[in-house]
Design a protein around this ligand. Structure first.
Ligand SMILES: Nc1ncnc2c1ncn2[C@@H]1O[C@H](COP(=O)(O)OP(=O)(O)OP(=O)(O)O)[C@@H](O)[C@H]1O
Length: 272
């Protein structure tokens, strides 16, 4: 089926929307259909997790929703703006002004201190941060006494908190977090998830997080499940056990939880 026409895009309650989103890599015999006609609505002011087996298309979905990758077919809107079809220059500006990013590797600049890292994207854009908002973000993330520290002088969890503050600094319409706890031990990971949760609950932000960790997904409001490039299920009000159980039903056995004696076993029964 052809993708639907560019009709009324996002309503007030939708931060991002995709219709018929299709992404193929390569061509001919080596072509991979990473996303196969995905329809998705990301609700404003909510914390949405994206899960699925390895290779199911989670990162590709995030990249296409964030305008980091082109689509093969279908349409994507950020708020009321259709981003499919925008030129690279417009996309760069849109990403800079309207989206915040957090990655597994914190991507901080080693020579800048925490405060400078937090405001760097805005500095590059020539925009002045809203001082009141920035104060609120810094206090929410507990970074007040770390602002003069450079990344090497911070723990992994603190570095990810700085990355979180950087993503929040411009008060973006949408924050994309790709495995934000992937490089953290379980305690620091839980802390960062707590801050993302607070960013949604206290600061009214919208977060989309790709994760392999059922415990992390349990902090979200809604889990979307991808398999073979298709949106196959959704779970409101997830618990770690329910997510783990759902993942186990995928062929191949679901997520890759850490080993029993490693940190990060947040899929355990104590976690919720
Ligand atoms: N640049 C690329 N070139 C070719 N194939 C790609 C490329 N990026 C992703 N793919 C393929 O697209 C499919 C989806 O990949 P994607 O990284 O989105 O999955 P994922 O669910 O995020 O996986 P993981 O959980 O392992 O990170 C996979 O089969 C992958 O091999």
């Amino acid at each position: 089926m052809a993708t639907p026409a560019a009709q009324a895009p996002a309503d007030g309650g939708t931060a991002a929307r995709a219709r018929g989103l299709t992404k193929a890599y390569g061509s001919g015999e080596t072509a991979v259909l990473a996303l196969d006609s995905v329809d998705v609505d990301i609700a404003r002011g909510r914390f949405t997790a994206v899960m699925g087996p390895s290779g199911s298309g989670k990162s590709t979905l995030m990249h296409c929703l964030a305008g980091l990758d082109t689509v093969s077919a279908g349409q994507v809107w950020l708020g009321g703006t259709e981003i499919t079809g925008l030129r690279e220059r417009e996309l760069t500006r849109l990403r800079r002004d309207r989206i915040g990013f957090m990655f597994q590797s914190f991507n901080l600049i080693p020579t800048l201190n925490a405060a400078e890292n937090i405001t760097l994207p805005m500095d590059i854009a020539g925009r002045k941060p809203d001082a009141k908002w920035l104060d609120q973000v810094i206090d929410t993330l507990g970074l007040r006494d770390r602002l003069k520290h450079r990344p090497a002088q911070l723990s992994g969890g603190q570095q990810q908190r700085v990355a979180c503050a950087r993503a929040l600094a411009s008060r973006p319409e949408l924050i994309f977090a790709d495995e934000p706890t992937g490089n953290l031990d379980s305690r620091a990971g839980l802390e960062v998830l707590g801050f993302l949760r607070e960013a949604v609950d206290r600061l009214g932000q919208t977060v989309v997080m790709v994760t392999h960790d059922p415990g992390a997904a349990a902090r979200s409001d809604l889990v979307l499940f991808l398999a073979d490039g298709r949106m196959v299920d959704r779970m409101e009000g997830p618990t770690a056990d329910a997510v783990l159980e759902r993942m186990r039903r995928f062929p191949g056995g679901g997520p890759q939880p850490p080993g029993p004696d490693e940190d990060g076993g947040s899929a355990g029964p104590e976690e919720d």
